[in-house]
Design a protein around this ligand. Sequence first.
Ligand SMILES: CC(C)(COP(=O)(O)OP(=O)(O)OC[C@H]1O[C@@H](n2cnc3c(N)ncnc32)[C@H](O)[C@@H]1OP(=O)(O)O)[C@@H](O)C(=O)NCCC(=O)NCCS
Length: 343
Amino acid sequence: MTYFALALGTSTRNQDGKIIEAWYPQPIVEPADTLVAAITKTIKHESGNEAHVLEKEHYRPLIEIFKEAQLTLNVKLLEAAKSSDQTLVLTILESDSAPVSVAEGYLKLQLLSHRLAKPQQINLEGIFGILHNIAWTSEGPIDLPELPERQIDARTNGRILEVNCIDKFPKMADYVVPSGIRIGDTARVRLGAHLGEGTTVMHAGFVNFNAGTEAVSMIEGRVSAGVLVGNGSDVGGGASIMGTLSGGGKEVVSMGENCLLGANSGTGIPLGDRCTIEAGLYITAGTKVTLLDSNKEATGTVKARDLAGKSDLLFWRNAVTGRVECLTNKSAIELNSELHTHN
Ligand SMILES: CC(C)(COP(=O)(O)OP(=O)(O)OC[C@H]1O[C@@H](n2cnc3c(N)ncnc32)[C@H](O)[C@@H]1OP(=O)(O)O)[C@@H](O)C(=O)NCCC(=O)NCCS
């Protein structure tokens, strides 16, 4: 049976000894059976999903196993940890069931950010309840109840503990920077975001966990949890794609290829390919939309949800009547190639 994933990493524990975060430099999905067999035998993993805290005696055999599998970052981590106080965890996921520990939850988020899984493809059920609300500080992650003591310790030793954010999800870039991307402000991309090769997230852009882009995209607005933006699609400044985490929405909103959400626009329906929403227009599922033919004559009215997933549409709010209208948009949006270059 093929295992779902495994990864070797470092972890931070709170004062009770509980793991509150884990970093995996080189996670593996669907590891080879031979690799699984060698690892599970070495650390005596019987079955199921588990995060094993390694003993130092495991390091040497694991180094040989990872060398054989050419997983060089894992070899480097083990070599470096030999002479450090940092204990390592080896998280083994036999199946993609709902995460039950912090170490498992962090592995799944890193699978997404390493592009080893796409948004909505893996089971993250209940992850909010598992993760700790952590103070991400200049001295690393600190479990919130321990923050005042750590501040006292820092101040009385002439240091200022800078708290960058309080969140269950850290910033992605502290864990992984996938190839071919630019991020204006790394705090705006959470761990668990999936940024495809060729994506730029500008300073005001935001990408949530379990959300992201397929490939080349310019993100200047908000990509909510669950949303996947197709290759060649842009999310304009201040634009947003409705998420499903709050507000009762059930349908996952995605965008196909070569779409443009104009500045300050938004969509609550999934878009097909080559769709444009005019700057400033927010389309929700119930928005009444007047359909226009190629002569811009009205041919009928539908609810926006009836147009979900359809391609070649241009939505605008009629500048004279205020009516929301939709016409076929055959001229695919030309992306400015210079804007998207990452070299
Ligand atoms: C909706 C949008 C795509 C239309 O752009 P366009 O196709 O270049 O449109 P044009 O301005 O050339 O207008 C084409 C025609 O549509 C008409 N039109 C455009 N917007 C209209 C509106 N809101 N109501 C009525 N007619 C409209 C124009 O009057 C023009 O009519 P004509 O052919 O009779 O002269 C554009 O206004 C827009 O919002 N782009 C988003 C850009 C953006 O925000 N990018 C992200 C930056 S961060």
